[in-house]
Design a protein. Structure first.
Length: 164
């Protein structure tokens, strides 16, 4: 059985070009770079129309007009732990932060702070899943698998965005 078609399209943002990939199930990934993720396992087709709802929500977020995302996630490649932690991260309020230990507990795994950190580093959905809102228990920002400046920019954006 062939994997489902995945559509992707680029979006220029203050943190660089994002490539949004969607399947009929939901969001597959949001990656940052000049070209879409070359390691994709499903065939991809450039289709801005198919990706339009996701592109619109992300554009609204970067313009300071959106605090939450309504996009469904395609979690077929995720294990149960990752899916639980990513779902918990979507509950972190806009502009606020939690520690990796707090996130693990929110996801139902109170003793799995390090594993929650690893799940955030693997998460392909940022900023739809707000990985940037998860920090170290000592208040330091951490890296979360991307350039630290991106995490800092997203946090500063949320704390300073004038959303009414």
């Amino acid at each position: 059985m062939a994997p489902p078609q995945v559509f992707h399209a680029p979006l220029e943002t203050p943190i660089g070009r994002l490539w949004v990939a969607l399947s009929p199930i939901g969001l597959v990934s949001v990656t940052r770079g000049e070209s879409p993720d070359a390691d994709a396992t499903a065939p991809r087709a450039l289709d801005p129309e198919a990706a339009a709802p996701a592109l619109a929500e992300l554009a609204e977020y970067f313009a300071g007009r959106r605090r939450t995302f309504s996009l469904e996630l395609d979690l077929r490649a995720a294990g149960p732990f990752d899916a639980a932690v990513w779902a918990a991260a979507r509950q972190i309020p806009y502009g606020e932060t939690v520690s990796y230990g707090e996130l693990a507990a929110m996801g139902g795994y109170p003793r799995a702070a390090r594993a929650a950190g690893n799940a955030m580093a693997r998460c392909p959905f940022s900023p739809v899943v707000p990985c940037h809102r998860v920090i170290h228990a000592d208040g330091s920002i951490g890296g979360w698998g991307v350039d630290t400046w991106v995490k800092r920019w997203l946090l500063d954006h949320e704390r300073g965005a004038g959303i009414g």
